[in-house]
Design a protein around this ligand. Structure first.
Ligand code: OSB
Ligand code: MG
Length: 370
């Protein structure tokens, strides 16, 4: 696979409704799309950064800089890529900046699958033809709005409700949901809003039989989470803290996490995601695929990775219509009445990017040739 040109696009899409977490509220989703053009195919990758460095340190601006000034020159210098694993290996000397790296890794995996004439899921070694879907629901000022959201997605068949929590919006919210909806599959995501001083609040959540609590403590911690896990019955699931195979290995060894939220962008690409998957499978740590409010392109990659066998829990990869009035792929990602998404078996990501819609949401672009 030899890139003849790469198109970088700054994208800006507006969510149907604001999404509030403990670190902020998003309504406009700014991110980057990359297209890698070879003689025969175009590979697509989504760089899941945001406009602001709140979930992670990477932003549209930093990732654009990394792609334009470091990663693409390295890629063009190398020329031929025979397997997508080579992309992450090529970028290894560059520290962190995983979301920037991941966008190119993802595009090469798409190209690789298209070249072989197989689905991305198959190229990755996936074993499922449908995947279980859950939903991540943001904090609401009025609990009745949260009730309405839970009701809606239960009716649509979604298999697990993830509820965003923050100090002052935690125990009473989860209690109210249990009282209203009974023993539905439910978990909470704190996005690093607590410290060990809050252990009494977090222990109160044990009463509600949550599937897990996601990233209660600092975004860069694996030590305090191990301490907290010893005090809790509820399994801890790390998100923000896991950036690599080695992070996962250490967190598992320390007992900081019993479940891992896999985000392909956060770990630097699909090749690294596969390595972490295999480690977790060996260690008996279940996985599920997290989300970054992706457009259809990132969503397609998430669907493909979720077909790996150790993704045993419903993920955050909801249908396109949960986020967008119109998505940039055809067909859009649809969730069936049984709360699953059928994995496409067309070559590559399996959904067709729609050029007019991509153009419509592009705010700046750059064509890079060597
Ligand atoms: O913590 O998982 C998270 C969205 C943006 C940043 C971080 C997170 C999330 C979500 C939404 O929870 C997942 C999705 O629906 O894409
Ligand atoms: Mg999370």
């Amino acid at each position: 696979m030899k890139a003849e040109k790469v198109v970088l696009r700054k994208m800006s899409m507006t969510l149907k409704s604001p999404f509030q977490t403990s670190f902020g509220t998003q309504i406009v989703r700014d991110f980057i799309l990359v297209e890698v053009h070879t003689k025969d195919f175009v590979g697509y990758g989504e760089c899941v950064v945001s406009g602001e460095p709140l979930y992670s340190e990477e932003t549209v601006g930093t990732a654009w800089h990394m792609l334009e000034d470091f990663l693409l020159p390295m890629l063009f210098e190398k020329g031929e890529i025979t397997h997508p694993d080579e992309v992450g290996a090529l970028f290894a000397p560059i520290r962190r900046n995983n979301m920037a790296k991941s966008a190119l890794d993802a595009a090469y995996w798409d190209l690789y699958a298209k070249e072989q004439g197989i689905s991305l899921a198959k190229a990755l070694g996936g074993t499922k033809d449908k995947i279980d879907v859950g939903i991540s629901l943001g904090i609401e000022a009025d609990i009745n709005d949260l009730f309405r959201n839970v009701e809606k997605y239960l009716e649509l068949g979604y298999r697990r409700m993830k509820i965003k929590i923050a100090p002052g919006k935690d125990v009473q919210v989860i209690r109210a949901l249990r009282e209203r909806f009974g023993n539905i599959p439910m978990m909470a995501d704190a996005n690093s809003a607590y410290t060990l001083e809050d252990v009494d609040i977090l222990k109160q959540l044990d009463e509600f039989d949550l599937m897990m609590i996601e990233q209660p403590l600092a975004h860069d911690d694996i030590i305090d989470h191990a301490t907290l896990q010893k005090a809790l019955k509820t399994p801890i699931c790390l998100d923000e803290s896991i950036h690599s195979y080695d992070d996962a290995r250490k967190a598992i060894e320390l007992g900081s996490t019993r479940i891992i939220n896999m985000k392909v962008g956060r770990v630097g690409g699909l090749s690294e995601a596969k390595r972490i998957h295999d480690l977790c499978q060996e260690k008996g740590i279940p996985l599920w695929c997290g989300g970054m409010l992706e457009s259809g392109i990132g969503r397609a990659h998430n669907i493909a990775v979720t077909t790996l066998p150790n993704f045993t829990l419903p993920g955050d990869t909801a249908g396109s219509s949960r986020y967008w009035k119109e998505d940039i792929i055809s067909p859009e990602v649809e969730v069936d009445a049984d709360g699953t998404i059928a994995v496409p078996d067309l070559p590559g990501i399996g959904y067709t990017p729609v050029p007019e819609l991509i153009e419509k949401y592009t705010t700046a672009s750059k064509v890079v040739t060597r």
